[in-house]
Design a protein around this ligand. Structure first.
Ligand code: PLP
Length: 360
């Protein structure tokens, strides 16, 4: 067998590393911000019925325009969105990849505000879109001034704002999004993967869509809907944006099974989202406990918490893992990131962390 280095891959991919959150089999996995609750049984049974119906027609290609699913997504999002405003793909990562393919590419650039979702830079590499990393303010907050200045300095073709931000949890104000839109001549992507967990009361960027045809808002069923394994991400934007994404999508990219499963989940949206309030309670419980441990949690509007104040994050990560709890070391000194799990998982995390802190 040859090595990757021996293959004639594109120069821009040489020496690169793939996305690599560890997938370890541990008792308590709180490392990739999944909803750790199972989906409700009634929804699961309905989905199985829809999958069974789909398999009977599986000799045919699925609806390439997935109109029923887009209608259900538009209905879920509200804000008077129509089918023409909505698009979807296999995870919001694929939606983002399609955006990069349509609006980025060789000679073009994308601006992100780090630390932020690592896939933005990786998608830049994969599509030869130059990734420009701008910084954040105190405690990872963004202000309209910071956003505007970075955009005016770099003049990127794509601006991507993660709202709330992963891995820091930081909420983003609509003023920042409006400032970004006004400053850029390119497109503005707002990644709202965690929108359903917001407690700050900040409205969705979807409210800004009317009259802003270069704005797009991405969402996912991977987090609040507890549907990560199904792979369904989606987008709300002007219909012309959807036309642009059609140019780069693969034909029939959403399988009949994916469409049927997602439609089933959306038909049970209320039950599927019933765990969100519980998860927010566990998140707030973790924040309070971290403060009582003398640690330093950052402001969060998501189902996870980035916290500082650790002597050595690699050592803390290993100590938690040795106790069966997997969290995420984002490489930010003194910090770790943990997802809020079920009551029991959250207790296991807090117990393990407290034991580690008491040792040292
Ligand atoms: C988890 C996550 C996504 C979702 O990815 P999917 O491909 O939809 O599973 C998108 N953006 C951010 C910031 C995330 O954390």
């Amino acid at each position: 067998m040859s090595n990757l280095e021996d293959l004639p891959i594109r120069d821009s991919l040489k020496g690169r590393k793939p996305y690599g959150a560890p997938q370890l089999h541990v008792h308590v996995a709180l490392n990739v911000n999944e909803n750790t609750h199972r989906i409700p049984e009634a929804a699961a049974l309905d989905i199985v019925g829809r999958l069974a119906a789909a398999v009977l027609n599986i000799n045919r290609y699925p609806d390439r325009e997935f109109v029923d699913l887009r209608a259900a997504l538009a209905d879920y999002l509200g804000h008077d969105l129509a089918v023409e405003n909505v698009w979807a793909a296999n995870g919001s990562n694929e939606v983002l990849q399609q955006i990069f393919m349509a609006f980025g590419g060789t000679g073009r650039s994308v601006l992100g505000f780090d630390p932020t979702y690592s896939m933005y830079a990786l998608l830049g590499q994969a599509t030869d879109t130059r990734y420009i990393s701008a910084g954040r303010g105190d405690r990872y907050e963004l202000t309209p001034e910071i956003v505007r200045a970075a955009i005016l300095e770099h003049k990127p073709d794509i601006v991507i704002l993660c709202s709330p931000n992963n891995p820091t949890g930081t909420p983003l104000s609509l003023e920042c999004i409006e400032a970004a839109y006004e400053a850029t001549g390119g497109i503005l992507v707002v990644d709202e993967a965690y929108a359903e967990f917001a407690s700050s009361g900040e409205p969705s960027a979807i409210t800004l869509l009317p009259g802003r045809e270069r704005l797009m808002v991405s969402r996912t069923m991977s987090k609040a809907f507890a549907f990560a394994g199904a792979r369904l991400g989606y987008l709300a934007a002007d219909p012309a944006v959807v036309d642009a994404l059609r140019l780069v999508r693969l034909p029939y990219h959403l399988s009949a099974f994916t469409q049927a499963a997602a439609e089933g989940a959306l038909a049970h949206a209320d039950e599927m989202l019933a765990t969100v309030e519980d998860i927010k309670m566990q998140r707030d419980r973790i924040v309070d406990a971290l403060v009582s441990f003398g640690l330093d949690p950052y402001r969060t509007d998501t189902n996870f918490i980035l916290f500082g104040g650790l002597k050595d994050s690699a050592e803390a990560f290993e100590a938690l893992l040795a106790r069966g709890v997997l969290v995420r070391n984002m490489g930010i000194p003194g910090t770790l990131r943990v997802s809020a799990g079920t009551v029991d998982e959250t207790t296991a995390f807090l117990t393990a962390l407290e034991a580690y802190l008491n040792e040292g």
